[in-house]
Ligand binder design. Structure first.
Ligand code: NAD
Length: 323
């Protein structure tokens, strides 16, 4: 197949591109390189079946060029990461909502199936954990800028499902904290990348808040597998699917784990959330997915344990720092 990956030079996108090429597909990447990097595609950079278009998903001309000959789309392009969202919420809303709207319109006009990337952020503070796709959502007020990202992704989901009702083959994946090689320490909740960078430099691992908040982390190879299944399996059409690992860990325990795996005897430093993100920031104490829908519809289950994934990420981290 000829597959378009928007945001394909980003963290998850570049791994998805590698996998698609390895599976024999032809891939077009549309990415404006605002968050992603050309180097993320270095392992496949000169692949004869890869075409990189540097352009903006909100630009109709760039989209038109990117869609030529395309049979399936993975729409991952977005402004991602709390620091970027807080720095310019307006740009984030324009790209995350406007970009998705244009991609869906382009898919509908050409009858091309699409998989849209959403986020566990849409659960907000949550009603119950583990959270299932049909649960109610609990977001904070619009005066707290962090919720703008969740709302942008939620509107993407509504757009996708509205197009599904008009006959477009569309599905949505809600990622829960993806980690692994190439994650940007500045990116979305990339606490693991940040801890590894700090450990590498011999600096304290900075835990925001008291460290008792829990999260679940899915290794990028697993996230790619779940995404691919969602993209190609007919059973996924019209559905929203959690793509995550069902195990949860506190951020303090995660810091201790990273310290043990990296072998760096660095201290752990606690930073008040207000100091990091400003006085309005609202922290979410717990976030873990119910993965039964992905298991039932996609036969998908995350396989890489946190220890193994951290080990692999640390090996990559060391290798790329030595270059
Ligand atoms: P990323 O920042 O590495 O990737 C996003 C890519 O989109 C980047 O390469 C960036 O350059 C590109 N992009 C941004 N604005 C663009 C524009 N206007 N036009 C074209 N390209 C543009 O982030 P990621 O972690 O790989 O995230 C991929 C997707 O998964 C995003 O939609 C994100 O919201 C979602 N997601 C990620 C996580 C996670 O844990 N990494 C969790 C939940 C959701």
């Amino acid at each position: 197949m000829h597959v378009l990956v928007t945001g394909g030079a980003g963290f998850i996108g570049s791994h998805l591109v590698e996998r698609l090429l390895a599976d024999g597909h032809t891939v077009t990447v549309l990415d404006d390189l605002s968050g992603g990097r050309r180097e993320n595609l270095a392992p496949v950079g000169d692949h004869p079946r890869l075409r990189l278009i540097v352009g903006d998903v909100t630009d109709p001309a760039a989209l038109g060029a990117a869609f030529e000959g395309v049979e399936l789309v993975f729409h991952l392009a977005a402004v991602v990461g709390i620091p970027r969202v807080l720095a310019d919420p307006l740009r984030m809303i324009r790209v995350n909502v406007g970009g998705t709207e244009r991609v869906l319109e382009a898919c509908a006009a050409r009858g091309v199936p699409v998989c849209v990337a959403s986020s566990s952020e849409v659960y907000g503070k949550g009603i119950r954990w583990p959270a299932a796709e049909d649960d109610d959502l609990r977001l904070g007020p619009p005066t707290v800028p962090r919720w703008a990202y969740a709302v942008s992704k939620l509107l993407d989901e509504h757009l996708a499902l509205a197009w599904a009702r008009r006959g477009l083959s569309v599905r949505v994946v809600r990622y829960f904290n993806v980690y692994g090689p190439r994650a940007d320490p500045q990116g979305y909740g990339y606490v693991i990348a940040r801890f590894m960078e700090q450990a590498w430099r011999g600096e304290p691992l900075t835990v925001y808040g008291d460290g008792r908040q829990t999260r679940s982390f899915i290794y990028v190879e697993d996230a790619v597998e779940g995404t691919l299944r969602a993209g190609v399996l007919p059973a996924a059409a019209g559905h929203v699917l959690n793509i995550g690992h069902p195990e949860e860990i506190s951020i303090l325990a995660l810091a201790e784990k990273v310290r043990a795996i990296t072998g760096r005897s660095v201290p752990i430093r606690f930073l008040p959330l207000a100091e990091v993100y400003g006085p309005d920031f609202e922290e979410v104490p717990r976030r873990v997915p119910d993965v039964s829908k992905a298991r039932a519809l996609l036969g998908f289950e995350a396989r890489v344990t946190l220890d193994e994934g951290l080990q692999r990420t640390w090996e990559w981290w060391q290798a790329c720092q030595r270059v």
